[in-house]
Structures are given as C-alpha cells and as structure tokens.
Design a protein around this ligand. Structure first.
Ligand code: GLU
Length: 555
C-alpha cells in the first residue's frame, strides 16, 4: 500500500526542504509592537485600476503610520492573463502617487529578505508546502478532466444543489494512493487539490478591521491549490506568501470576503496563525440606469489611474480625494489643515464606510484646483514640464520658448493668501494659455472672429478700445488702473458700476463691466481669463496696443 509520504515523494522528488526550513529562512520580523506589515499584491494583467490605487494607498498609509513595512508582491500565477511589462508600469504609476514600497517587487528589481517577491519565482516554496500537505494527507492529486467537471456541474444544476468540487462530488478524493500512483506513472495530467474538512452548514466567526465581526459558512470545497502548469492558485499562494513574508494585515478588495473561509481553513490546516484582514469597499459610480455600480474598466475612464495622469491632475489631488473615501473625518481635517500635510492625518479603519463610495469627479476637481493654486511658479513650471514631456508636446514647446514668460503667465494672482483657482488640471493648459503667445493669438483671430456683445455697435467698440489704448496706463497699481478704466468708460457713457446702470439703463450705453469685457475679448479672444490687469501686465503695453490696433482695424 502506497503511503501519503511516498505519494508526496513521487510527485515532488526534487523537493528536499521542509516547512521548518522555510520557517528558518523567513523568520518572524524583528519589529516593535504595533508595527504593521502590509502588502500590495497586484497581478500584472493590465493598467492600474483606481480601486487598486485606493488599496495600495491604504496599505502604504497603515504601514507608514505604524512605522511598519509596506511591500509589493507581484502575483503573476495566471500566466494566460499576464500582459508583458504591466508590472513595471504599475510600479511606475504607484511612484507617481508617492506610494513607494520599502521592500518587495520594485519594477526592475527586488529588495528584501523575504523574497522572491514575484510569485512565479516562488514555485519551489509552494512545492515545499504542498508536499507537506500531501504527506499529511491534506491534499491529493486530482485527475478530473474538463468533461468530467462539466458533467458534475450539470448534475448539480439539475439537482439544484450547490455547484463545485466537494463532498461526494469530489470523485478523485476517494482514489487510493495505489490508484493515484498508477495514474501518475501512466502520465495522466493532474492538479493538486486541498482536502477540505469543512461543512458549509457550519459557520465560522471572522473578524475584519473594516466589517467588524461576522459569521460566514465554512468552506467545504476541495479547491485546486496547484495547477498543472506548476504554479499555485491565488488562494494557496496568498496563504503561503503572507505567512512567510510575515504580513500582519492583509488589506484587499471586498470581493475577497467570499473566499475568506478557504483562506482560514488553509491557515488552520498548516497550523499557521492567520493575519488580520481588512476588506475595503469598492468604488462605485451611478450607472446609465441611475443605479450604483462598480467602476468598470470597460465603461469608465475614471477606472484607470492613467486617465487622471493623462489629464494632468496633480497626483496629490487624486490621493487627497481617495482619502475622503477612506476616512469620513478626512475631509474636515484637510480643510482645517489648508489642504496641506495630509501625511499627518491619522488613518483609522473604524472611520471607513462600509458602503462603496461613489466616485465624485466634482470633488476631485475641487481638490485639484486647490492644490494647483498653492504651488509657486517654480513648482508649477516643473510640474507642467514633466506632465508635458509625457503627454503634451504642444505645452512643452510653449514652455520651452521662454520658461520665465511661462512662469509669469502662471504666476498671475498666485503666491498670495487667497490665490485664484484658475486651473483645474494641466491637461488643456496649452489651450488655456495660448492667447499669451502673439503668433497663437494672431492665428486664433484669423480663424475665429471675435464675438463681442451684440448690444454694442462696431463704432462703440472701436471708440472704447481706442480710448483705452490711448489713456489706460499699466504703470499704476491694480486699484488705480481699475478706477482709471472706470473714468475712461464713464466719459464714453458707461456707468461706473452695475448698480447705477441697472437703476438707470437708459442713461448709459452699458457699464464698466462691458468695457472690461471688450478689452478682455480683444486681448485674449475669450470671455473668461485670469485677472485682466495682470494679463495686460504680462502681455505688456506694446503687445496690448498691437492687439487693440489689429482688432480696431478689422472691425
Ligand atoms: N492579486 C490579487 C488581485 O490583484 C490580490 C488580492 C490580494 O491583495 O490578496 O486581486
């Protein structure tokens, strides 16, 4: 009669290490009480999802707040879904958001004593643990073909019972070791399954840092732990890796709650203490039919982090926004702290809402404006250059024409107590500032005639522009400049303020704001622009006059 140990040897003849060897190689971490070891465990199957950025943000924060360790593990066991290069890309993107692991898979390299941190390089470790389970009779080779699996499922569906490979349906669980040996020697393909001793009628108590304590049915499925390609499944790899990498808290998406009973049973079968778990709520949005749904890779731009990068949102803005989803008290805190030093905020799982948060673009835009308005002209220039290098060659060429001029443009009403929030993101900045450049201004005028308010005749406009050109000096402070503009307007029949005009509309042609609008449209081609006084100062008198003359002669 073939013993479990012999069968294990037959399956893994090259595995000579034991679990004890692994315990020695990956000893408990020497960290102070309360230090959390967390990990972000992406699969290299595509772009960084906004939900994954959220998860990694929390993992990073929890480790940082506790002086612990945050590491990244690349979960590449699903070789069919792997997209070449996406692991490196994920790490690059995390870095842009200030989420840098101190250990683990770093993109082009790995760092740390608990590696390798790429699952496909850990095959030997998994084999050691699976060999141990085989020796203990807690796992078995399963020779079930796809047809047999389909057949089992069809029977279960017909009988309206829970589908899956369990109990009486787990047909290869009942082979003898002699039969197993015979099939292996014959070369029959197989996977290795865990022999569950659970019963779904029984419940286990679980504790989750976000969801609190709850009960959930035991696992009774004989799940595959080792595939025929020599790699483990997620469930098994998670248990092995988080044990030997000495993770203290597993932080992952809520979609994994359903598999928690499997993981708990595996930890038990191996005699290991399970880590703490925190299952994070998913990020939702209101779908086309008005109902909440998960952000979808296929349907929603905002599901991919790259969307925000391409659009030129400052990474801090997205992180700040995600923190409002993470903790209900963050928003008030960050207002009180003037949108600065968010690293000082103390994150707590208790303050996380259980319901999936709705992605709120408006709130993100708000944070983005705040953050951009707080940068000084040098910071803005550096941010714009690195953004433009990656995504916007037009913008880059504008900045490269004259960096100082670009900074002057961006410095309009910046670096003061209440800076103006003219810019929401860097995407489209080339468009927004194009009128500051004479050639682009000229080209725009040629293509699109200026659209002045139709209440005013060409002669009215000519009269205002000529008078402004000849009499409005820029060599004075803003208030005097404005008063001066009012006086010029008044002489031509424009009320010095809106109130007076409203009270007596027939006595005036319009008000000072109409005068300002004529100037603004003439100089910038648009109805909205940064502060007109400063726009004129940046353009300088000579260029303003050139533009006035050209508008006047073309009217
Ligand atoms: N590789 C898994 C995923 O991408 C990770 C889940 C976990 O954090 O354990 O969903």
């Amino acid at each position: 009669m073939v013993l479990d140990k012999e069968l294990a040897e037959l399956i893994f003849p090259d595995v000579h290490d034991t679990i004890e060897d692994l315990e020695k190689r990956y000893p408990k971490r020497n960290l102070a009480q309360g230090c959390e070891v967390t990990r972000f465990a992406p699969s290299p199957t595509g772009f960084l999802h906004t939900g994954s950025l959220f998860t990694s943000l929390i993992c990073h924060k929890v480790a940082k707040d506790s002086n612990g360790v945050f590491y990244v593990r690349l979960e590449d066991t699903d070789t069919k879904r792997e997209i070449q290069g996406s692991g490196e890309e994920l790490l690059k993107q995390l870095h842009l958001f200030g989420i840098d692991p101190s250990e683990g898979y770093l993109g082009n390299s790995q760092k740390g004593e608990y590696g390798p941190y790429i699952q496909s390089e850990r095959a030997y470790i998994y084999k050691v643990v699976i060999k141990h389970l085989l020796e203990e009779g807690k796992a078995y080779p399963c020779f079930c073909s796809q047809e047999e699996l389909d057949d089992i499922r069809a029977k279960q569906e017909k009988a309206k019972i829970i589908p899956g490979y369990y109990g009486p349906f787990a047909k290869y669980r009942y082979l003898t070791n002699d039969e197993r040996k015979e099939r292996i020697l014959r070369g029959d393909p197989y996977v290795i399954r865990f022999k569950s001793s659970g019963n779904h009628v029984r419940k286990i108590k679980v504790s989750d840092l976000v969801h609190g304590n709850f009960e959930i049915a035991e696992n009774d499925m004989d799940i595959v732990i080792f595939k025929s390609d020599g790699l483990p499944t997620y469930h098994f790899a998670h248990v092995c890796d988080d044990h030997f990498m000495r993770t203290t808290t597993v932080i992952r998406g809520e979609e994994w709650i359903a598999s928690l009973p499997i993981h708990i049973e595996l930890f038990k079968a191996l005699g290991w203490e399970a880590p703490k778990y925190a299952h994070l709520p998913v990020i939702m949005k209101i779908g086309e039919n008005g109902n909440k749904r998960k952000l979808s890779k296929r349907l929603d731009n905002e599901a991919a982090v790259s969307y925000f990068l391409k659009d030129g949102y400052p990474s801090e803005a997205l992180i700040m926004y995600l923190m409002t989803i993470a903790n209900s008290n963050f928003e008030e805190w960050i207002f009180e702290h003037h949108f600065e030093h968010m690293e000082d905020f103390h994150f707590s799982f208790d303050k996380m809402s259980l319901e999936g948060a709705l992605f709120d673009m408006g709130k993100l835009n708000f944070f983005s404006k705040e953050i951009l308005s707080k940068k000084n002209k040098y910071e803005i220039k550096d941010m714009a250059i690195s953004y433009a290098k990656e995504y916007n060659p037009n913008l880059l060429s504008l900045i490269n024409r004259d960096e100082d001029y670009f900074m002057e443009i961006m410095n309009i009403e910046r670096e003061k107590e209440n800076p103006r929030k003219d810019y929401e993101k860097l995407g489209g900045l080339d468009e927004a500032i194009s009128f500051f450049y004479s050639d682009l201004y000229d080209a725009s005028i040629k293509e699109n005639p200026l659209s002045f308010n139709e209440r005013f005749s060409k002669d009215d406009i000519k009269e205002v522009l000529t008078s402004i050109k000849d009499n409005l000096s820029l060599e004075q402070d803003e208030q005097s400049w404005f008063n001066n503009m009012k006086e010029i307007g008044e002489k031509l029949g424009y009320a010095p303020n809106g109130k007076m005009y409203k009270q007596n509309p027939e006595s005036y042609k319009g008000s000072v704001s109409d005068v300002a609008e004529m100037i603004r449209i003439s100089l910038t081609t648009r109805r909205n622009s940064p502060n007109l006084y400063y726009v004129m100062k940046v353009l300088k008198k000579e260029e303003c006059d050139r533009r006035f003359n050209s508008v006047i002669s073309n009217l």
